[in-house]
Structures are given as structure tokens and as C-alpha cells.
Design a protein around this ligand. Sequence first.
Ligand code: OSB
Ligand code: MG
Length: 388
Amino acid sequence: MTLKPITIKSIQLHTVALPFVEVLKTSFGSDPYKVTVLVEVTTAEGQHGWGEITVEVSPGYASETPVVAEHIAVNFLIPKLIGKQISDPAEATKIMRPVRGFEHAKFGIEAAIWDALAKRNEMRLADLFASFLPPGNEPRPAANVGVSIGIKESVEATIATIQKRYNEGYRRIKLKIQPGWDVDFARAIRAALPDIVMMLDANSAYTLKDADHLKKLDDLNLLMIEQPLAETDIWEHSKLQPMLKTPICLDESIKSANDLRLAIHLGALRVLNLKPVRVGGYVESLEIYRVCVENSLPLWIGGMMETGVGRAANVAFASLPGVTMPCDISATNRYYEPDLTEPPFVLGAGSTLAVPSGAGIGIEVQMDRIEAGKRYWQERVPYAPLSV
Ligand code: OSB
Ligand code: MG
């Protein structure tokens, strides 16, 4: 397909913060509020493309904080892109490649370019993604989704939250665990709620020495266990997986299609959580998607509590048919009230989120809320001043 190109006139960053509806506590801690760096690409042809450099206040899940990502984007990535004509987002990815690492910063910029290109061509982002895949990968009307629940103060509080989410219509529950809050905890939840579709996410909290302990999870009919071992432990996961009946899903360990090929070759996983932000963009995500399809590897799209900007693009990606398991993309009211975008994503029948019908990400950024979000962040920046 030939696309009408965009010419990148300017790229503006908007670092905003906003309160969570419900904080997500994981094995590495919890942020008190959401912070994120929105990217606005303005084209010479008149489009405004939006992307989200999803980050957290502290480098717990990922190494990039908002200040780190801004530094890399403003000084190294954006200058390379100004004035460039782009008719395939892979051209932008290639221009950014000489900068090593910083997947989050690259992701947000690339995502804004994808949105601008889709808008220029009056296409939904979902259809633009599918145009880079073989026939048979046309988007579905909606993405299948679940909900991620953080570590709570008690089993009772966790059960109450699960029940609330179940009543809202979520049909896949992910619970965060950590050492001391794992086997007994999961057993108590399973005893109280024998029929729910349930999985656990350890966010890298264990080592291979815990294998015997983790084996005790095998009787709990878990959909999967996500990232039990460290980010660098692809090899160790390949030792753990044959010891468990429960499928291992990798998250933090897979930063590229090459990492995934290695992990598949070693037998380190049976499911993939693909976070497009973690792998540096949708170009790499499409390659990972192709690897999953070729290897019949179950795939779902993860999240990092994105605002509507990041979530809309992930919903578009999650509507592709090779995404075979429920995604960590929940309705707007699970995250922010209000969000930065309109209209909100509302949970539909069968635990789904519909793909918006408008061009690009298909929802509208609310500029007054961006301005309020910038003030919210400026009033709270918890970092020491830099010397430059
Ligand atoms: O490990 O999947 C994770 C959020 C922040 C950092 C890491 C993770 C998460 C989630 C959130 O689980 C899922 C969501 O966005 O709803
Ligand atoms: Mg995870």
C-alpha cells in the first residue's frame, strides 16, 4: 500500500501527571500518581499526531524516568527527525536507531508518527498496523481485555477488589505477587473464587532458588505466571519452565524480536506479554507479532497504566487477530477520572474494549487537561535539581 507521506514540522513534549483512581502496588513498589510524557508531532500537512512515552516516577519497572526520557528525546532523537518526510514509520525507527537504548522515548515519538501518518491517510491506526502484516490479519472490532490488581493490605481487600472488577465485567484477573505474598495468598484467593480466570505477575521478584516454592502454584489452575525471575534471566526462565506446569509469560525480559527468538529457542516462555513501549515502538512490535504467529506463541498486550493516548494505540494493536489472550488494557474508569482524552474507553460485552472508529488513535486529546496535568506535575516533581 502506498501511503501519503507526512513531513515532520515540529515535535513537542508535554510532561503531565494525574491522580490514579487506584494505585497499583507491585513487587518493586508503587508510584503515588501517574506521570507520563506525551509527544505531539505536528506535520507540514496539518496533522497533530499523539504518542505517549509511558514512564513511572521511579525506575522500578523500567530504567527511564520522565526526565531521562525528555533528555534523550529533546537532545538526541527529536533533532534527527525535524524536516524529515516519512511514509513508513520504520523510516523514523531507523533514524532513531543510532541512539542506543531508551526504548520508551523512542516508542512515544514513533507512536506519535504512526498517529500522524494514519490521520494523514484518513485511516484508523488499527488498519494502518494491519497494512504492514500479511492478509488475514485484519483488526477485530474490539480488543479482549482483563484487569491488573496490585498488592493490597489483605486477602479480604483483594477479594473485594476482584469481585468489584468481576461485577464490572472483567473476565481475566491478574494479581501482583512478591516473596511472602505468593503461594498462601494465591491459594486463599483460589479457594474463595474457584472459577475466575486468574494469573499472577511477580515482576522479577524471584530467583531459580525459589523453583520448589513456585512449583506449589501449579495446583491453582493459573492461566500463567508472569516474569517470575529477573529481567536478564532468559536462560534461568528456560530452566524454570520445564519444572512448572503453569505457563511462564515473559514481560521485562523481552526487549526485542531477537530476545523473543532466543527465549523461544531456549524454551523460556509459553506466553508473551508484549508492551510496545518496552520494545521501542510498534515497528518492533509488529516484528514480534510476526514471530509469535510463526511460532503459535500465545500473545497479549501489556500496559503501564497508560493515559488515553497510549491506551488508544495499544487497543488498536490489541485488536489484531494474532493477539490471542486477554490484554492488560482496562477501561478508562479503572485508571483516571477524568483521563486526558475523550471519549472514555468503556468495558463492553465479553470483557472487551472497542476500537474507536476515527482516524489515527480515534480519540481526542483535551488540551485544557494537558495544561492542568503539567501543573499537577510541576507542583510535585520529586527529584533533586540537576546541575546543568
Ligand atoms: O508488570 O505488567 C506489569 C504497570 C506498571 C509497570 C509494570 C506492569 C504494570 C501493570 C499494569 O501490570 C497493567 C495496566 O496498565 O493495566
Ligand atoms: Mg508484568
